[in-house]
Design a protein around this ligand. Structure first.
Ligand code: THU
Length: 162
């Protein structure tokens, strides 16, 4: 028997001014994008902003549907838009901001499991870690890669007899 522990590092900032300008701007874009979310059912608006390797920023927000499972999270709306528009450009970072009935959540809101899996695909596809910034009104959390958010992850290597 062997016991293994997995730990991840989370860097926390009290204020956006502690981050460099490029990331501060990314977080502001995620917040702005949350205002365009379509959330008549949950009233929970999420905005995601993706920083590409070429410096471009692509945003997305959650899009709900009367048939609930047909909606999509902000992170995947932004990610698929980025990958569809810039298929050869790696993703450097993603910022996520959530609002409950128009006020920014105090705690940072992490991406759901399906979004983590989709982000992992992009991370492995380009062989470059995607930094994650989760921004709440009390603090901002930085995680250095999607792999950290998804330990024991399933990726393409398992498809080829590993
Ligand atoms: N949602 C996101 O957009 N991202 C997440 O990471 C978690 C959940 C959305 C989906 C749905 O529109 C609403 O938040 C409530 O679950």
């Amino acid at each position: 028997m062997k016991k293994r522990n997995i730990s991840i590092e989370i860097i926390e900032y009290q204020d956006i001014s502690e981050l460099d300008e490029e990331i501060g701007n990314l977080i502001k874009k995620a917040e702005a994008s949350s205002n365009n979310a379509y959330t008549p059912y949950s009233k929970f608006n999420v905005g995601a902003a993706i920083l590409l390797d070429n410096g471009d920023i692509v945003c997305g927000n959650n899009q709900e549907n009367a048939a609930y499972p047909s909606g999509l999270c902000a992170e995947r709306v932004a990610l698929f838009y980025a990958n569809a528009s810039f298929p050869t450009t790696a993703v450097k970072a993603i910022a996520i901001v959530a609002k409950n009935n128009n006020s920014i959540s105090t705690e940072p809101v992490p991406p759901c499991g399906s979004c983590r899996q989709a982000l992992l695909e992009t991370e492995t596809r380009f062989g470059k870690p995607i930094k994650v910034y989760l921004s709440g009104s009390k603090k901002i959390q930085e995680i250095s890669s999607i792999k950290d958010l998804l330990p024991l992850n399933f990726d393409k290597d398992f498809l080829h007899n590993r």
